[in-house]
Design a protein around this ligand. Structure first.
Ligand code: ADP
Length: 439
């Protein structure tokens, strides 16, 4: 380059000296130099204009302009740069096309949005599953195309640890599971999976359990009724029948309790029991349940310590909340030896409302805690005959809390008692009505 640069300088100086000599030949060396400089200036301007026009629109002509000297070399360097740039662009385009082709071949819908939710790109399956159209939906906000309050709340919350399940807006018979990932500057990659078959199977299972329980209830009520009559007249029966009749009566009561819980659980799960968002007087409800729990405790004389914050009530389904709270408080009675302490505490803070049910009972090995809310899961299967539980109580609690956007927290150690805490979000709290506060 250094070598070329001195060559250009020499070339210009030779040209200008030549012009001066020609001027000198005619007796005007200064004019000769001036004309030489002017010629050089005009030529330089003409080359600069060609460079300017080509750089402004290089795609119109792939070849850079041709020239000599400094400008010739400059044009060659620009041409090489342009060619390299085209090669890199083609390589990138080929890669993007390949990624797009492979995502288009996917059965799952893939959608990319910017941080505000404007649709940037989606694959063919997203069109099929969600009904997006390339011609009209490019740049539209996804919240306007999937018009569901649940989708909007999930999109804005930015907590994408659990996937979202919704029905497709274009084809409501399709059930979609959507997994969101954040990338770049809060852009979103959304993968929508068709889980219709799984969803239908799950619904069939729930309906089946609900229907079977319903069908079993009537014959069982008849059997229990007759058994109760027999128990009432046990003194008239031969002694060898009395024990059998008593055991049959106890077992039929257990089965009735089981069927009642199964029906309740299937109603809570299927949403058949519509969530009545009325305002529930937690205070009164908890006092009634604790009163019943004391009756259940009977001779075992558990020490009940009840502390209930007065200020807030809960928005939710009173029946469901009552089932959940009773299950927790009655479990504390069932799994705490006589004389133990049971503390029930309802309080609210910045995060929401919290109901804690703590006991000094037998406790639970922490390995069982993650599975406790599964149906029929028992930490100590040998004890369930004694406690007479159905094994469905905590499953009911879990589903009631899910219906109320809330969570269950379990802390326990063998021999050290247990604590079950229901955490309700702030939005579920309601101020106690004024007239009640006065009263
Ligand atoms: P169950 O009808 O058997 O009580 P639940 O679903 O209510 O069924 O509870 C599931 C299991 O969790 C129980 O079998 C018991 O092992 C354990 N459990 C629940 N509550 C307590 C508690 N307060 N203390 C100790 N163990 C508990």
């Amino acid at each position: 380059m250094q070598h070329n640069w001195s060559k250009y300088l020499r070339w210009i100086i030779t040209f200008l000296v030549g012009c001066t000599l020609i001027g000198l030949f005619f007796g005007y060396p200064v004019y000769g130099l001036t004309v030489g400089l002017l010629i050089y200036l005009v030529w330089t301007l003409a080359q600069a204009k060609r460079a300017y026009l080509w750089l402004n629109n290089p795609s119109a002509n792939d070849e850079a302009p041709q020239s000599v000297g400094l400008w010739g070399d400059l044009f060659d360097a620009l041409h090489r740069l342009h060619q390299n740039h085209l090669k890199v662009r083609d390589r990138l385009m080929a890669r993007i096309n390949r990624v797009q082709e492979s995502t288009n071949a996917m059965h799952d819908g893939v959608i990319m949005t910017d941080s505000s939710g404007a649709m940037e790109w989606w694959n063919g399956s997203a069109e099929r599953l969600l009904g997006f159209r390339q011609s009209t939906d490019q740049g539209q906000f996804i919240q306007n195309l999937i018009r569901s309050p649940m989708f909007k709340a999930y999109f804005d919350a930015r907590d994408y640890r659990e996937p979202l399940e919704i029905n497709s807006p274009a084809k409501p018979h399709i059930r979609l599971q959507m997994q969101f990932s954040l990338f770049g500057e809060n852009d979103r990659l959304i993968v929508a999976k068709d889980v219709t078959r799984l969803y239908q199977l799950e619904q069939m299972r729930r309906d089946f359990v609900g229907n079977v329980s319903h069908e079993m209830r009537t014959p069982l009520t008849v059997i229990s009724g007759y058994l109760e009559t027999l128990v009432d007249h046990a003194s008239e029966l031969p002694p060898k029948w009395r024990r059998a009749i008593n055991t049959m009566s106890q077992q039929s009561s257990r089965m009735e309790a089981l069927i009642t819980d199964l029906i309740l659980l299937s109603k809570i799960e299927t949403g058949e029991q519509t969530l009545n968002d009325s305002i529930t007087d937690v205070n009164n409800m908890l006092r009634q349940i604790c009163h019943d729990a004391e009756a259940l405790s009977g001779d075992q004389r558990h020490d009940f310590q009840v502390s209930i914050g007065e200020r807030h009530w809960l928005k939710g389904d009173e029946g469901q909340l009552r089932s959940a709270f009773s299950n927790l408080i009655f479990n504390a009675v069932k799994y705490t030896p006589a004389g133990g302490t049971i503390s029930v505490n309802w309080h609210t803070d910045r995060d929401g409302g919290h109901l804690s049910v703590r006991d000094t009972g037998i406790g639970i090995d922490p390995v069982h805690i993650p599975r406790l809310t599964e149906r029929f899961y028992r930490a100590d299967p040998s004890r369930h005959q004694e406690t007479g539980g159905t094994g469905l109580g905590l499953a009911i609690v879990k589903h009631v809390l899910i219906n109320h956007d809330s969570k269950l927290d379990i802390k326990s150690h063998i021999g050290e008692g247990s604590e079950f805490i229901c955490h309700f979000p702030r939005e579920r709290l309601a101020e106690k009505p004024a007239q009640q506060q006065v009263g």
